[in-house]
Design a protein around this ligand. Sequence first.
Ligand code: ADP
Ligand code: MG
Length: 723
Amino acid sequence: MEKICVAVRVRPPTPESSSSENGSSLWKVEDNRISLHKSLDTPISTASYAFDHVFDERSTNACVYELLTKDIIHAAVEGFNGTAFAYGQTSSGKTFTMTGFETDPGIIRRSVRDVFERIQMISDREFLIRVSYMEIYNEEINDLLAVENQRLQIHEHLERGVFVAGLKEEIVSDAEQILKLLDSGEVNRHFGETNMNVHSSRSHTIFRMVIESRGKENSSTDAIRVSVLNLVDLAGSERIAKTGAGGVRLTEGKYINKSLMILGNVINKLSESSKLRAHIPYRDSKLTRILQPALGGNAKTCIICTIAPEEHHIEESKGTLQFASRAKRITNCAQINEILTDAALLKRQKLEIEELQMKLQGSHAEVLEQEILKLSNQMLKYELECERLKTQLEEERGKQKEQEQLQFTPAIKRQPTPLTAATTECSHENQKEVEDLKSQIELLTNEKDSLQVKFNEQVFQNNKLMGEISELKEGMLHMKEIPKRLSESVANGKEVYKNVIVTMKTLMAEKEFPTAKLLFGVTGITTSLLSTLESQFSMILDGQKAGSIVDYPFYDQWETLRVSLKNTASSLVSDAQAMNEILNSHDKGQETAAMEEKLKSELSILAERYNELEKELSLDKQLLKASRESHGRLEKEVQFLKEERDSLDVAISQSTQRLRVIASDKENALKDLNVEVKRRKEMEEEIKQISFAFSSRQKSLMSFHNEIKSKMQKLTTQNPKLK
Ligand code: ADP
Ligand code: MG
């Protein structure tokens, strides 16, 4: 049993008040005693109070912490519940004492650092610390670590005791983490507030640390210690009358007082001797309900009562000191929480084990089994999918090869390959792509086939025309022979005339005969004709050798030849007639008559030959004309064929291009398919890993279960009451 530790702290007077009240403080502090003095320095006997500690205006937070709270904090680390309150009127220095400033941190910050320093020093135990931060405002509990947690309810549990349901508890590993949480809590506290001071003075804040620890060695047999440390900054303790307000403010004031009034009531009751103690109204306010263990229960508790030194605060300060005096009489019975909570913990563990067993043996095991079954089903599905994709890939590759072959052997007629039904089962996207490719390939194959047919037709026509051309060429060659033959017959004619001339020269040498002279003139003309013919033919032959069949000047030469021949022939005939007349007017001798006859016959032969020549020439001319026409026709057809062939070439190159594009598309699709297959394989691998992890977790769960079971058995044999 130990009494609550009570201290009083007097804050320094504010600069304004100290000047107006001549700087003399009404409250005198001597050691652990505080007394009210009149301005003339006469002590008032009734107003003198002794406490565990009294801190004057020069005291620092460090000093307060050291003397008042440090032991409680250290005890909390050991496993004792601990509570520190700041009580006093508004502006008396509660927040200054509890929170303080960066330069002079208050109890809360110092406690936090101290707890972690202390933990560091304890090497044989391991610790788990969680913190919460709440506010009671208008009898509503709000979470300062999670703004969404408003109006929280208090519940009571057989083992856990009183607790705030839904309050956020943050597990922390160092002091800095807690200090950050405190700062954010402070921000949350004033969220949406227009007047920070009003809100602060009317709300209670409770910062709570739950310290759990267990021995590092023999951890299985050592009990767990759980202690709760409450650091409380209370609302201003001034009375309603002093708020001097009605309406909302009054209501708020009433609420502050409700909590503080109940706190006062609880402390009054607790301060009475145990014989007089009746019912203690912990349950009448949220504050007393939450802090029940700290007031007359299982906790080490200290209260720091702050007072304002100013004269106009005397009544409030007196009230505060009376409160402190009553609190001083309260006794607590603090114990390390391991024995009591140990049983509770064991009970809780027992329940948890039973729960686990249920889960393992009952529905949970089924769930696990189902999960595993689902996973293996999925794996099977993926395997099948992979197989399908593989076969599809193989097929696609085969088709690609065929396509490539077709591309390089265009003469081979190829039927479009019907695509197998296997593709219909592949994933929708891939299927669509493959279908598209299929139809494109079919289209192109058809196009190519029709082009092939056209090409073949053209080749056939081409061959036919080539035959015709070669026939015509033969005809032309035959025609070429004509001038040669003509020149040969001319040469023959020339020979005949040479003989005639020789005969005539002999006749002329024997007798002077006028007819012979005439004949000589005629033969001269004929010779010149023949020479002309000869030269013309040689010209034609030369032209043939140099030029092509369709040489137009060559054709003109024939024409001039024909005209000159006609002229010469007509002049020859007229000359012959004239000569006949001369011959008729002369006396005819026997020899001359015979000579005449001979010449006449030779002339008629010449005329015949000439006629033949002319006929042949006109025939040649006709032939030439026909060949010229057919040549023109042929040329046109060849031109047409050339154009046709060019367009075919273009079409073929276009379709080849398109085939190439499709082939590359296909290649890409194949690549995609490969990627898909790879992805699925990876997924498979992941699934394997997951199921492996799953089974290992199951194993560890089982072993954990077995361990707990054996522990249970051990414990039940040790302590048969637990059964
Ligand atoms: P409460 O929380 O009780 O309303 P505060 O802690 O806010 O009062 O203190 C009111 C004012 O007095 C603040 O400006 C604070 O800095 C100052 N103050 C309080 N106690 C001390 C002290 N011991 N030393 C110096 N200044 C103090
Ligand atoms: Mg305050």
